[in-house]
Every structure is written in C-alpha cells, then in structure tokens.
Design a protein around this ligand. Structure first.
Ligand code: GUN
Length: 276
C-alpha cells in the first residue's frame, strides 16, 4: 500500500507557482474570496486559501459579508470584483445561506475569473471535453493520480456523491481520461456492490469512516474527499486503518485531497491572470 501524499505534492506545486510569480514584474495576480456568514468549516477553508495565496505571492483579499447579506448586495460585490483590474480570480465560498439562490450567484461570476470552475460556461466546456477552469477538488484528485502514475484509462471509477463541487465535475474529468465512471448517490441501490467493483473509488459523501475494507476490491485505488468533524478531530469517509490493508494506493485525511484543492485554486488563478 502506498500513500497518495497530497500535502507534499501541494507544496511542490505551490513552490513552482511561487517561482513563476516572482518573475512577474508589476502587479501580481489577484484572488478575491467571498465568504457570506461564519460557517466554522468555511472560515477555516477561507483562511487557509488566503494564507497560502499570500505565501505564494498572489494579491489576496477576502470579503467577509454578514450572514443576512441580501442576494442583491452579494451580486453587487461580485459585479465590482468582475470589473476590478487587480482581481483575476473570484471564488464564492460554498455553501451559501439558504435565502440566497446559489445558481444566480454562480451565473454572476465572470467566466474568465471563475477559478472555481462553477460557471455554466466552464462546466459546459468540461463536459464537452475542452475544459478551461476545472473545479479545484476534482482537478486536485486527477493531478494526484497522475503524479503517482495511476492508470485511469479503461479502469472502473466509482464516485460516491453527486455534488456540483466534486462528484459531477469529477465524473466528466475521469470520463475525459477514458475511465468507465459510475456516479453513486443517496438513492443508489446496493452501494457496497458498486464499491466492490471499483478499480478507483472516490468518496465525497460526508459520512465518517463509513467505507471499510468490506467495500474494497483487493488492490483498488482509494481517494477520500470526506472532511467530517468528530470530537475536534477530522475524519474522512474512509476507515483508513481497515481499507489501507486492501488498497494499492490511499489518500490520508488530513493531508490528502484538502491541500490539493488549494494548490489547484492557485494554479487556476495564475491561469486566469495569463488568459487576461
Ligand atoms: N466549499 C467546499 N469546497 C469548495 C470549493 O472548492 N469551492 C467553493 N467555492 N466552496 C467550497
């Protein structure tokens, strides 16, 4: 069994970015993150994105808006950032409060500044097989698999969770790599049998340590996107101790996909700067 070490790959990617940014004379690429409300998990993610963006040399700003911000005020904030010369990437942290229509917000971000890859234009391009901005978590998963030369073409990939942030874009990304993809969700019948057929299993369902060795085919590659908080500890969807005995490759939590997501966000931001 080998560990897919997202922490060290993320560090390597950020170091490459730091060198590239140091060669840019004049204003640096700018990333703006919008956080509405104070969801504790989102607070942690956003602070991390800001810290690492600065470390690499980006101009980084976080717009913290109160929980009761109206949809219109949020749209105005996005409009301002769409027009800002010093901002190349815009990210609206999910989830948004219930009174805000997430779809309307995702449509509002300028596609060329959409470093999250959630705008219909960018999701459509991914689906058509010529992506521009790929959502950061799926992009991070693919990069990690490639770094460890995991073969994807012709393999059976099973994804648990159909969110817009992970499951759906990842399905298209792996399909573009010629995997045979199964997308499972809460209504899937016999989840265990689906998992047992997977050469590559990716879990993004948010159930702590739900997947144990009995779900795993011998030699499978197992990717854990779950971030579940239990008694101050972060636990993935995968029961690492039991699954690692059967898997050929496995990601740890923390230190697997989380750091990769941020590395991909920063790469997308440099790409947005270069497109401009
Ligand atoms: N919430 C959890 N993951 C993400 C992400 O990648 N982007 C945004 N905007 N919100 C998230």
């Amino acid at each position: 069994m080998k560990i897919l070490d997202g922490s060290s790959l993320s560090k390597k990617i950020r170091e490459t970015l730091r060198k590239k940014l140091s060669k840019i004379s004049g204003p640096k690429p700018g990333l703006a993150v919008i956080l509405v409300g104070s969801d504790p998990a989102s607070e942690i993610y956003v602070s991390k994105k800001e810290k690492l963006a600065k470390e690499v040399g980006f101009h980084s700003e976080v717009h913290r808006l109160p929980k009761d911000t109206s949809q219109n005020d949020l749209l105005k904030c996005i409009e301002t950032l769409n027009g800002a010369q010093n901002i190349h990437g815009i990210l609206v942290q999910m989830p948004l409060p219930k009174h805000i229509d997430t779809q309307a917000i995702l449509h509002a971000v300028l596609p060329n500044k959409d470093v999250d890859g959630f705008h219909p234009t960018n999701l459509g391009r991914l689906m058509m097989g010529h992506p521009r901005f790929v959502p950061c978590t799926p992009a991070g998963i693919l990069r990690l698999l490639k770094e460890y030369q995991v073969e994807i073409s012709g393999k059976k990939a099973v994804i648990l969770g159909r969110s817009l942030i992970v499951g759906k874009p990842l399905a298209h990304l792996l399909l573009n790599e010629n995997a045979t993809v199964t997308l499972c969700h809460s209504k899937t019948k016999n989840l265990k049998a689906e998992c047992q057929s997977a050469d590559i299993l990716i879990s993004a369902m948010g159930k702590p340590a739900h997947i144990d060795a009995s779900f795993i085919k011998e030699g499978a590659v197992v990717i854990d996107v779950g971030i579940n908080r239990m008694n101050q500890k972060i636990i993935g969807d995968i029961d690492f101790n039991s699954v690692s005995k059967k898997a050929s490759f496995i990601t740890p939590v923390p230190g697997g996909i989380g750091p990769m997501t941020i590395a991909m966000l920063l790469e997308n931001t440099l790409k947005a700067f270069e497109i401009k």
